[in-house]
Design a protein around this ligand. Sequence first.
Ligand code: C5P
Length: 235
Amino acid sequence: MTTAALVPAAGKGERLGAGTPKALREVGGIPLLVHAVRALAASRVIDLIVVAAPVDFVDEVRGLLGELDVTCDIEVLAGGESRQESVARALIALPSEVDIVLVHDAARALTPPELIASVVASVAAGHAAVVPGLAVADTLKQVNTASDVVATPDRASLRAVQTPQGFARAVLQSAHAGVDPSDPIATDDAGLVERDGVTVHVIPGHEEAFKVTRPIDLILAEAVLAKRRASGNVS
Ligand code: C5P
């Protein structure tokens, strides 16, 4: 089996504050994207990584990733206006022999390699679509446009899902083929696949696979990395 990981990394990161694109923001002196790519390579289950980079930073990203000492192939192309479009562009670049595809946010920089390997193993075992998920700590409310609560879903049945999300290639490809990349309708790839009636299987996620979105997430990421470095577990 040949496995590829698509890495949408073209976001501006506006919720982190203005400046450098999010994937190039540093934690422990290393860009988030480099952490994410190293973790994918360290999982030892990925043959090819395709990165969708911010359109004005394609050469810079190529340079950064070209310096890495990893065994898998890395390709860099320009991402799109939305995450969905960035994934669609990376998907088109896949060679024909790839049969398992992971989609992994660059922003989930500190995802443990073991979680990446678990997602691939679950797809290889026969699940057409696999997402890591965690139980939610907060009670979630559904609200209307006036911010009035219209429903309180049972928390026990909810999961906060992460990446990498793993798919049989044909399933992901047909889900993306059925939608207009310039008119994004889903915030994750499993959401697209669900529209096609495919069952998405949830496996246990990992707390350290959180998405760096807000300034406080950078503080948390620095702390996680410091803990890993202190214990000699550096990716
Ligand atoms: O916006 P959000 O933080 O949810 O983005 C999740 C991932 O999608 C990030 O890694 C981001 O770089 C990527 N993205 C992208 N292209 C966009 C917007 C977001 O590749 N146009």
